[in-house]
Design a binder for this molecule. Structure first.
Ligand code: ADP
Ligand code: MG
Length: 311
């Protein structure tokens, strides 16, 4: 049996050159030395504030942008070396993205049936009963085939649309689903049921999920492992329970303290927005002053130590 992980990032880095309005062109290090492994049937959450590099990481894994350094390996193969059409097509099928806005990926003029029929026909050449395959694809995401097949996107709720998006990803044979804020636009009541569905898909079908979110609470419900991103780097990573119950990096502690019901008084919550930004800025400054390597705190739980204890 192979011991290769499904997905492995090895010091993945990406910088963007900004257009030079003035004499010197500046570059943004959107992703710096990001390394992690993700196994089939597991979920890893990338958690971080806006601008921390989460989407850049997702786009690099999906092959939409190249790295400037480091490697992304899928089943041990460097994806930058996929040269043949077939290798690229197989990878494009194996890695699917699901986006925050559940409407965005669907065509408003086509029915659910149409959205599933195309990928099913593309992926399963020897398919002889398309209607049965569509029924199965909908049942797999807990939608009622009888009432859903003929509907248009505007006739479905946000939660139902996100289920259709997941069904499409599975229909093309996804082994890895990259979900960028998959539940942040859903009502709280629906959010939980989509989270439960994702948990079931990974456990029962062995699909791996890379969950991208700014919300550490969603991450804790969905993920086996959590990686905290801050300014393009992973500052802490480990098993979800460990990171939540024994956070080591000041930014992880800050994210947890900002959760509702984390024990702060109402007065404190009133100022929380400003507090959060000021605190995050202090951590950013300390990180810039003394960059630290990611080191193992406990087996499997890594952290970048920040110089000053005061933050
Ligand atoms: N195409 C691009 N050109 C220039 N800068 C970019 C581009 N894409 C992302 N960035 C920059 O890289 C950093 C990380 O962005 P992003 O990956 O979108 O973060 P997140 O998804 O965590 O909000 C930001 O500073 C952003 O402005
Ligand atoms: Mg983003």
């Amino acid at each position: 049996m192979s011991t290769l992980p499904l997905l492995e990032l090895d010091r993945a880095s990406r910088s963007f050159r900004l257009a030079a309005l003035f004499a010197r062109a500046r570059a943004v290090d959107a992703l710096r030395d990001v390394s992690f492994r993700l196994e089939a049937g597991k979920a890893l959450a990338l958690v971080g504030e806006s601008g921390s590099g989460k989407t850049t990481c997702a786009r690099a894994i999906a092959g939409m942008i190249d790295l400037t350094a480091g490697q992304i390996r899928f089943r041990g193969e460097n994806i930058a070396e996929h040269r043949s059409r077939k290798a690229q097509r197989d990878y494009a099928h194996a890695v699917q993205m699901v986006f925050q806005d559940p409407f965005s990926a669907l065509n408003p003029t086509h029915t659910v049936r149409h959205h599933l029929a195309r990928p099913l026909k593309l992926h399963r050449q020897a398919l002889n009963d398309l209607d049965e395959a569509i029924r199965q694809a909908l049942a797999a995401v807990e939608l009622d085939p009888e009432t859903t097949t003929g509907k248009y996107p505007h006739e479905l709720s946000g939660g139902e649309l996100q289920r259709v998006n997941l069904a499409r990803a599975l229909a093309v044979g996804a082994e890895l689903v990259i979900a960028d804020e998959p539940t942040s636009m859903l009502d709280v009541s629906i959010r939980r049921s989509v989270i439960d569905l994702i948990r079931r898909l990974k456990a029962e079908r062995g699909v791996a999920f890379l969950i991208i979110t700014h919300d550490i609470a969603t991450a804790s419900h969905l993920a086996d492992d959590i990686a905290i991103m801050f300014a393009g780097q992973i500052v802490e990573q480990g098993p979800a329970e460990e990171v939540i119950c024994a956070p080591q990096h000041p930014y992880t502690k800050l994210l947890l303290a900002a959760l509702p019901g984390s024990g702060r008084s109402r007065d404190k919550e009133r100022d929380s927005g400003e507090d959060f930004s000021a605190h995050a800025e202090a951590i950013r400054a300390a990180t810039r002053e003394s960059p630290a390597p990611l080191t193992e705190w406990r087996p499997g739980h890594l952290v970048r130590r920040v110089g000053r204890d005061t933050i």
